[in-house]
Design a protein around this ligand. Structure first.
Ligand SMILES: Nc1nc2c(ncn2[C@@H]2O[C@H](COP(=O)(O)OP(=O)(O)OP(=O)(O)O)[C@@H](O)[C@H]2O)c(=O)[nH]1
Ligand SMILES: [Mg+2]
Length: 208
Protein backbone atom coordinates (compact mmCIF):
# COMPACT_ATOMS: atom_id res chain seq x y z
CA UNK A 1 0.00 0.00 0.00
CA UNK A 2 1.34 3.45 -0.85
CA UNK A 3 1.67 6.32 1.51
CA UNK A 4 -0.97 9.00 1.58
CA UNK A 5 1.21 11.72 2.99
CA UNK A 6 4.33 13.18 1.49
CA UNK A 7 5.06 14.73 4.86
CA UNK A 8 2.82 15.49 7.81
CA UNK A 9 1.23 18.63 6.37
CA UNK A 10 0.94 17.54 2.75
CA UNK A 11 -1.65 15.22 1.27
CA UNK A 12 -0.76 13.48 -1.97
CA UNK A 13 -3.40 12.93 -4.65
CA UNK A 14 -2.34 10.99 -7.74
CA UNK A 15 -4.94 11.07 -10.49
CA UNK A 16 -4.91 8.91 -13.61
CA UNK A 17 -6.97 10.29 -16.52
CA UNK A 18 -8.56 7.66 -18.74
CA UNK A 19 -11.12 7.85 -21.52
CA UNK A 20 -11.70 7.52 -25.22
CA UNK A 21 -10.17 9.74 -27.87
CA UNK A 22 -11.35 13.35 -27.68
CA UNK A 23 -13.40 12.84 -24.54
CA UNK A 24 -11.81 15.83 -22.78
CA UNK A 25 -9.08 14.13 -20.74
CA UNK A 26 -6.37 16.75 -21.22
CA UNK A 27 -8.82 19.63 -20.67
CA UNK A 28 -9.96 17.98 -17.44
CA UNK A 29 -6.32 17.61 -16.38
CA UNK A 30 -5.75 21.30 -17.04
CA UNK A 31 -8.83 22.17 -15.06
CA UNK A 32 -7.64 20.14 -12.07
CA UNK A 33 -4.19 21.72 -12.22
CA UNK A 34 -5.61 25.18 -12.89
CA UNK A 35 -3.14 25.58 -15.76
CA UNK A 36 -2.79 24.87 -19.46
CA UNK A 37 -0.01 22.33 -19.12
CA UNK A 38 -1.55 19.65 -21.32
CA UNK A 39 -2.07 20.24 -25.02
CA UNK A 40 -5.73 20.07 -25.98
CA UNK A 41 -7.56 20.45 -29.24
CA UNK A 42 -10.15 19.26 -31.67
CA UNK A 43 -8.88 16.37 -33.76
CA UNK A 44 -10.06 13.44 -35.84
CA UNK A 45 -7.05 11.58 -34.53
CA UNK A 46 -5.32 11.88 -31.18
CA UNK A 47 -3.94 15.09 -29.75
CA UNK A 48 -2.28 13.30 -26.84
CA UNK A 49 0.00 10.55 -28.12
CA UNK A 50 2.12 9.86 -25.03
CA UNK A 51 1.49 9.77 -21.32
CA UNK A 52 2.44 12.96 -19.55
CA UNK A 53 2.75 13.72 -15.86
CA UNK A 54 2.19 17.16 -14.38
CA UNK A 55 2.32 18.27 -10.79
CA UNK A 56 1.09 21.16 -8.73
CA UNK A 57 1.22 21.85 -5.03
CA UNK A 58 -1.71 23.80 -3.61
CA UNK A 59 -0.62 25.37 -0.33
CA UNK A 60 -3.16 25.28 2.52
CA UNK A 61 -5.77 23.53 0.37
CA UNK A 62 -7.34 21.49 3.18
CA UNK A 63 -7.36 20.98 6.90
CA UNK A 64 -5.81 17.92 8.46
CA UNK A 65 -5.75 17.21 12.19
CA UNK A 66 -6.82 20.79 12.79
CA UNK A 67 -3.97 22.30 10.77
CA UNK A 68 -3.75 23.61 7.26
CA UNK A 69 -2.31 21.06 4.84
CA UNK A 70 -1.06 21.37 1.28
CA UNK A 71 -2.33 19.27 -1.56
CA UNK A 72 0.35 17.66 -3.71
CA UNK A 73 -1.55 16.91 -6.91
CA UNK A 74 -0.09 14.82 -9.71
CA UNK A 75 -2.07 14.20 -12.86
CA UNK A 76 -1.14 11.60 -15.49
CA UNK A 77 -2.69 12.32 -18.89
CA UNK A 78 -2.93 9.39 -21.31
CA UNK A 79 -3.65 8.79 -24.99
CA UNK A 80 -7.28 7.98 -25.68
CA UNK A 81 -8.37 4.38 -25.54
CA UNK A 82 -9.46 2.64 -27.71
CA UNK A 83 -7.08 4.22 -30.17
CA UNK A 84 -6.94 3.08 -33.76
CA UNK A 85 -3.31 4.20 -34.02
CA UNK A 86 -2.11 1.35 -31.83
CA UNK A 87 -3.23 -2.15 -30.97
CA UNK A 88 -5.19 -2.45 -27.70
CA UNK A 89 -2.52 -4.62 -26.04
CA UNK A 90 0.25 -2.14 -26.78
CA UNK A 91 -1.87 0.81 -25.65
CA UNK A 92 -2.53 -0.81 -22.27
CA UNK A 93 1.14 -1.70 -21.84
CA UNK A 94 2.18 1.89 -22.55
CA UNK A 95 -0.27 3.27 -19.99
CA UNK A 96 0.62 0.60 -17.42
CA UNK A 97 4.31 1.37 -17.79
CA UNK A 98 3.70 5.11 -17.42
CA UNK A 99 1.54 4.55 -14.34
CA UNK A 100 4.24 2.39 -12.80
CA UNK A 101 6.87 5.05 -13.40
CA UNK A 102 4.71 7.96 -12.28
CA UNK A 103 2.88 6.53 -9.28
CA UNK A 104 4.68 3.97 -7.16
CA UNK A 105 1.92 1.70 -5.86
CA UNK A 106 -0.72 3.00 -8.31
CA UNK A 107 -2.94 6.09 -8.48
CA UNK A 108 -5.35 7.18 -5.76
CA UNK A 109 -8.05 8.02 -8.29
CA UNK A 110 -8.97 7.03 -11.79
CA UNK A 111 -10.87 9.87 -13.43
CA UNK A 112 -12.78 8.31 -16.29
CA UNK A 113 -13.66 11.11 -18.71
CA UNK A 114 -16.74 10.65 -20.88
CA UNK A 115 -18.51 13.19 -23.09
CA UNK A 116 -21.95 13.65 -21.65
CA UNK A 117 -23.39 15.01 -24.92
CA UNK A 118 -22.62 12.05 -27.20
CA UNK A 119 -23.83 8.44 -26.92
CA UNK A 120 -21.59 6.17 -24.92
CA UNK A 121 -21.38 2.73 -26.46
CA UNK A 122 -18.38 1.09 -24.91
CA UNK A 123 -18.74 -1.87 -22.60
CA UNK A 124 -16.77 -3.40 -19.81
CA UNK A 125 -15.54 -0.70 -17.42
CA UNK A 126 -15.35 -2.15 -13.94
CA UNK A 127 -13.30 0.34 -12.03
CA UNK A 128 -13.20 0.82 -8.33
CA UNK A 129 -11.57 4.02 -6.99
CA UNK A 130 -13.06 5.72 -10.04
CA UNK A 131 -14.86 8.99 -10.61
CA UNK A 132 -16.79 9.47 -13.81
CA UNK A 133 -16.04 12.93 -15.19
CA UNK A 134 -18.73 14.07 -17.61
CA UNK A 135 -17.29 16.67 -19.96
CA UNK A 136 -19.18 19.09 -22.26
CA UNK A 137 -21.79 19.68 -19.54
CA UNK A 138 -22.43 23.12 -21.03
CA UNK A 139 -24.18 21.46 -23.98
CA UNK A 140 -26.70 19.93 -21.58
CA UNK A 141 -27.22 23.34 -19.96
CA UNK A 142 -27.69 24.96 -23.35
CA UNK A 143 -30.42 22.44 -24.19
CA UNK A 144 -32.24 23.75 -21.11
CA UNK A 145 -32.14 20.38 -19.39
CA UNK A 146 -31.29 19.84 -15.75
CA UNK A 147 -28.02 17.89 -15.57
CA UNK A 148 -29.20 15.20 -13.15
CA UNK A 149 -32.55 14.87 -14.95
CA UNK A 150 -30.62 14.30 -18.16
CA UNK A 151 -28.66 11.48 -16.54
CA UNK A 152 -31.85 9.81 -15.36
CA UNK A 153 -32.65 9.19 -19.04
CA UNK A 154 -29.45 7.17 -19.50
CA UNK A 155 -29.85 3.66 -20.88
CA UNK A 156 -27.63 0.80 -22.04
CA UNK A 157 -23.87 0.85 -21.49
CA UNK A 158 -23.90 4.41 -20.18
CA UNK A 159 -26.48 3.53 -17.53
CA UNK A 160 -24.46 0.42 -16.67
CA UNK A 161 -21.36 2.57 -16.25
CA UNK A 162 -23.14 5.03 -13.96
CA UNK A 163 -24.46 2.17 -11.87
CA UNK A 164 -21.14 0.35 -11.70
CA UNK A 165 -19.55 3.53 -10.36
CA UNK A 166 -22.40 3.91 -7.85
CA UNK A 167 -23.28 7.27 -9.40
CA UNK A 168 -19.94 8.82 -8.51
CA UNK A 169 -20.03 11.31 -11.33
CA UNK A 170 -19.15 14.96 -11.75
CA UNK A 171 -20.11 17.31 -14.56
CA UNK A 172 -17.50 19.65 -16.02
CA UNK A 173 -17.49 22.33 -18.66
CA UNK A 174 -13.87 22.42 -19.74
CA UNK A 175 -14.27 25.41 -22.02
CA UNK A 176 -14.71 27.63 -18.98
CA UNK A 177 -12.09 30.40 -18.91
CA UNK A 178 -12.01 30.08 -15.13
CA UNK A 179 -10.07 26.84 -14.95
CA UNK A 180 -9.40 26.87 -11.25
CA UNK A 181 -12.95 27.84 -10.33
CA UNK A 182 -14.36 25.01 -12.44
CA UNK A 183 -11.69 22.57 -11.31
CA UNK A 184 -11.83 23.08 -7.55
CA UNK A 185 -15.14 21.30 -6.86
CA UNK A 186 -13.92 18.27 -8.85
CA UNK A 187 -10.59 18.32 -7.04
CA UNK A 188 -12.41 18.42 -3.71
CA UNK A 189 -14.55 15.43 -4.70
CA UNK A 190 -11.52 13.43 -5.80
CA UNK A 191 -9.81 14.22 -2.53
CA UNK A 192 -12.89 13.15 -0.58
CA UNK A 193 -13.04 9.87 -2.50
CA UNK A 194 -9.35 9.26 -1.85
CA UNK A 195 -9.87 9.97 1.85
CA UNK A 196 -12.86 7.61 1.92
CA UNK A 197 -10.53 4.96 0.50
CA UNK A 198 -8.12 5.78 3.34
CA UNK A 199 -5.72 7.09 0.72
CA UNK A 200 -5.12 3.56 -0.50
CA UNK A 201 -3.82 3.30 -4.03
CA UNK A 202 -5.39 1.29 -6.79
CA UNK A 203 -3.37 -1.64 -8.09
CA UNK A 204 -4.01 -1.69 -11.82
CA UNK A 205 -4.32 -4.99 -13.64
CA UNK A 206 -3.09 -5.08 -17.22
CA UNK A 207 -3.87 -8.70 -18.00
CA UNK A 208 -7.13 -8.27 -19.92
N1 LIG B 1 -17.45 22.75 -24.87
C1 LIG B 1 -16.59 21.91 -24.34
N2 LIG B 1 -15.50 21.55 -25.05
C2 LIG B 1 -14.64 20.69 -24.46
C3 LIG B 1 -14.85 20.18 -23.16
N3 LIG B 1 -13.84 19.33 -22.86
C4 LIG B 1 -13.04 19.33 -23.94
N4 LIG B 1 -13.52 20.14 -24.90
C5 LIG B 1 -12.93 20.37 -26.23
O1 LIG B 1 -12.87 19.12 -26.90
C6 LIG B 1 -11.66 19.01 -27.64
C7 LIG B 1 -10.86 17.81 -27.12
O2 LIG B 1 -10.48 18.06 -25.80
P1 LIG B 1 -9.17 17.40 -25.18
O3 LIG B 1 -9.10 17.80 -23.76
O4 LIG B 1 -7.97 17.66 -26.04
O5 LIG B 1 -9.59 15.86 -25.28
P2 LIG B 1 -8.67 14.59 -25.09
O6 LIG B 1 -9.54 13.51 -24.56
O7 LIG B 1 -7.45 14.91 -24.31
O8 LIG B 1 -8.30 14.31 -26.62
P3 LIG B 1 -7.17 13.31 -27.20
O9 LIG B 1 -5.87 13.61 -26.51
O10 LIG B 1 -7.12 13.64 -28.68
O11 LIG B 1 -7.66 11.91 -26.94
C8 LIG B 1 -10.91 20.33 -27.45
O12 LIG B 1 -11.24 21.16 -28.53
C9 LIG B 1 -11.50 20.88 -26.16
O13 LIG B 1 -11.45 22.29 -26.09
C10 LIG B 1 -16.02 20.59 -22.43
O14 LIG B 1 -16.30 20.21 -21.28
N5 LIG B 1 -16.84 21.46 -23.09
MG1 LIG C 1 -5.48 14.62 -24.76
Amino acid sequence: MGTDLVESQTVALDVLLLGTLQSGKSSTGNMLLGSRDFRTGLSLGAVTRDCQLRRRVFPAFLRRHGDKASLDLRVLDTPGYPNSLRSPGIEKQIVAEAVKQAFAGGPHIVALVVRVDVPFCEDGHHLSHAMLVLSHAGNVDQAGVDREEYLRLATGPFHALLTSLEHRHHFVENSSPWLQMEGKPLLERLLLLSRRNQYRRLQLRVSE
